[in-house]
Design a protein around this ligand. Sequence first.
Ligand code: WTA
Length: 649
Amino acid sequence: MASQIDHLLNESRRFPPSEEFAANAVASPQIYAQAAAGSAEFWADQARELLHWHTPFTRTLDWSNPPFAKWFDDGELNVAYNCLDRHVLAGNGDRIAIHWEGEPGDSRSISYAELTAEVKKAANLLTSLGVRTGDRVAIYLPMIPEAVIAMLAVARLGAVHSVVFGGFSAESLRARIDDANAKLVITADGGWRKGKVSPLKPAVDAALESPGHNVRNVLVVRRGENTVDWVEGRDLWWHEEIAAVDADHVAKAFPAENPLFILYTSGTTGKPKGILHTSGGYLTQVAFTHKNVFDLRPESDVYWCTADVGWITGHSYVAYGPLANGATQVLYEGTPDSPHPGRWWEIIEKYGVSIFYTAPTAIRSFMKLGRQIPQGFDLTSLRVLGSVGEPINPEAWIWYHDVIGGGSAPIVDTWWQTETGAIMISALPGVTSLKPGSAQVPIPGIRIDVVDDDGQHVGTGNGGLLVVSEPWPSMLRGIWGDPDRYRETYWQKFGDKYFAGDGARLDDDGDIWLLGRVDDVMNVSGHRLSTAEIESSLVSHPYVAEAAVVGASDETTGQAVVAFVIVKASQADVASAAEASDLLRAHVAQQIGAIARPRQIFIVAELPKTRSGKIMRRLLRDVAEGREVGDTTTLADTSVMQIITDRLQ
Ligand code: WTA
């Protein structure tokens, strides 16, 4: 960490906005002054301006029962109506909402009028399957238009979706179905990934095999055309059912605090947290940030966010933000390098993408492949670039700026979380002078601070913990079914401030530099993974006596999962270390999903522990990163690290 901070501090390049960009920018410097005059009122103005309210609100923020916030709670709206019908009614029905590109090269462009019609039918279909306001629907789909259609159809009914990333295993899917008590699962036969069809339906079948759930139907979109097993009476083809329903559907208004979705994310303990978001405040902040942070002009821009809808970025900046703003966007099904390493750049050229939002890990993989690949395509349509998910190192920032952005497109480095719902820290293009590597400033209407362990502001030039000091519209409303965990995780530490779990530093100008998680959450390719969750998966295997997992820094993925495992004495001879390690890597992939598969597993005889029995991950991280092992004096047995390193040599 120390070397990373020194390195960042040496970064002194600045990129002020061009005069032309500044003169035409959506955001203006005055917006900060407006917000500073009163953040709740500022958000009320945004909510009125950016959204359609069936019943206007008269109350803005109710913080009488912290940490449970209510925003605009006597107002009523329909989230799907805001993303669809009102654009059609405003005369923009012919505008393309989604340019969908399948991995093998098939494509489909869907106008706002068509998307609205599809969602109306899907809402009628879900109603016919018994979905009512407040019911939970699990969505386990590839990146196809039906993913967005399904989310909006659920939202249109005032029901609650729980999108589960298609890379999660049957077991992870089942845990999420159970936690939310979902009654319907929407999936596909399979989707295209890396040049072939990757089946999805078998995971749903496996997830639902054992009894104890309340899923009545599985709605299956046909995409991969792979053969699937069928449970009569339970499974239904989407295309057959949707052909039979009524095309008319009137969107009803729901209270602003009606739950919109649950999205599971990793925490410091083994069990994923169901982060709950509601309607009016969430949609206000995603629409506001999508418009101002990306300098959006819906009538002319083509926007592309590469995130999967299984993550929060896909919820806020694929589904809700762009559609609430009436934007035209690209949705791409596959992987960046299929069928060739220039696939993304080819898509940018094909659709004339002007705003592009992706993760540093992707930028770093492209850097490794060399600039000649993107240089083979016409990327001159790009005018704003975004980054999300992890700190972007200045080298990757400069490469992104020069090679992808043609040396002129501003880069917005956006900090936020599943819990915050929408962007919280970011430059505004045309307003902020950019600093590579720093997320810079809170967006207007958001109060962020960097504090010490006692909650005191650290002052410029110092590091500490990132907090949000005031409630914000798109904040999580809790953890599904577990209010105590919500309080403990985010509010117990500082009482009146939201503890984000990230370390940060304020530079001499007061700009914010993110320094990574301060808890046991890892960030692998911009995906959050919990050390505890992977450890508990490892110890569930009969070979394993004990396991410790660390996030080791990795040139491309930011961090990588590295595990240290003690094999049970009774099993010690069963497999060689290499075999055991392969077997356990596969076990984790099967239990949690391929994204959690450890990069390496070291079979060790001991784990370094303090006298109170706490595993000293810092020392294991030294080993995993190939460094000299640090101070071992607090270990109960100081020879342990010697034993571990000897064995690994
Ligand atoms: C990290 C993703 C530095 C951070 C939207 C946070 C970042 C976690 C940035 C949330 C950024 C996200 N710079 N770090 N621009 N954006 N992070 O919930 O550690 O998947 O706490 O939300 O990602 O990850 P999540």
